[in-house]
Write a new protein. Sequence first.
Lengths: 137, 289
Amino acid sequence: MATFKFELVSPERILFSGEIVSVIIPSAEGEMTVLAGHAPLVATLKTGILLVQTSESNGKEFFVNGGLVEVNQTSTTVLAEQARFLEDVDASVLEAEILTVETRIEGAHTEEDKKRLRETLVQLREFKHVFEGRKAA
Amino acid sequence: MPSLKDLRNRIASVKATQKITKAMQMVAAAKLRRAQMAAEAARPYAERMETVLANLAGGVTGSTAPRLIAGTGADKVHLLLVLTAERGLCGAFNSSIARLARDKALALKAEGKTVKIICVGKKGYDILRRQFAAEIIEFIDLREFKQVGFANAEMIAQNVLARFNAGEFDVATLFFSRFRSVIAQIPTAQRIIPAEIPAGTQQTDAVYDYEPEEGEILETLLPRNLTVQVLRGLLENAASEQGARMSAMDSATRNAGEMIKKQTQLYNRSRQAMITKELIEIISGAEAL
């Protein structure tokens, strides 16, 4: 299968860099799958799981929270505000994140900021729910 | 001529100092490795961000461009965001950043512009306070954080952004020290508002699809870019600080070693001279009998 170059970068480090077959990205407007030869695109991310397929049978999952994705002819780059390997995520990490967002809503100055943060909060809560469901299964 | 006891004391004290500087050097070296890794790990993100931003910004010029790119249209009030260390004993690190900021502030004032300064880090604040007490509008203390991270950068960026939105300034410049190597740290001034779009980045001809709208993406991207630039400044600064401290402490250790060598030689000589003198006294006394 055709492969393309994919990079997952967080402010702290590069989490993934290499040739992959496909990637499922939790974009703000819904999940989308990027394959080789995808049309150029820039989209923002929401909180969710990013699934990288390095080959047809091998995949890797990441937790991403905010950021954006840039797809061009040759490569795809995800600039995540926050990204971790999914194995490293547990409920306490999410709890802590929810708490920081909550305190930031209280400290936000403008209505716009508050609205944006509330959206993030909803996404996080939703994700936590999904995450716990996955774990139970 | 100092007595033997004086010399002994002096040697002991220099040795004690040498031990401290040596320890500081080793601590700085260990911290440097971590700081350097953090700084280098943050570079790709900042670079990719710049490329994406350059691609996006190419599409929105003129009156529709957000203020963070286009500026307020005025050039009257300048904000200098000066990042320095919280601790001293790191050579010319703090003073070189402060000097760069001071020169810029004086040049701006000479042009009749208003200057406002935000100091991050105690050392830069201490230096700049002497001359620009009236201009410093805020001092941000990061002493309690062992390692600076995204959260710190975000806090600073939010602060700057709130001021920008309140119309407190037109142009913001970030001052920090770029980490080149252990012996070379380059004090750098970088304009962050309006965002400096790096020239020469390859603009891809491809027409991008935007999800959501182009303007909306830019709205979220630009504040984030500000945070990333501040973060980069902080991380580069952390690495530079440790590098500067390491080389400063290295030369201090070497100087102490030299001093010990000289003093020991002087001590041995005067001790030998004393013994010889006593021998002569004894021998001549015996001969006289």
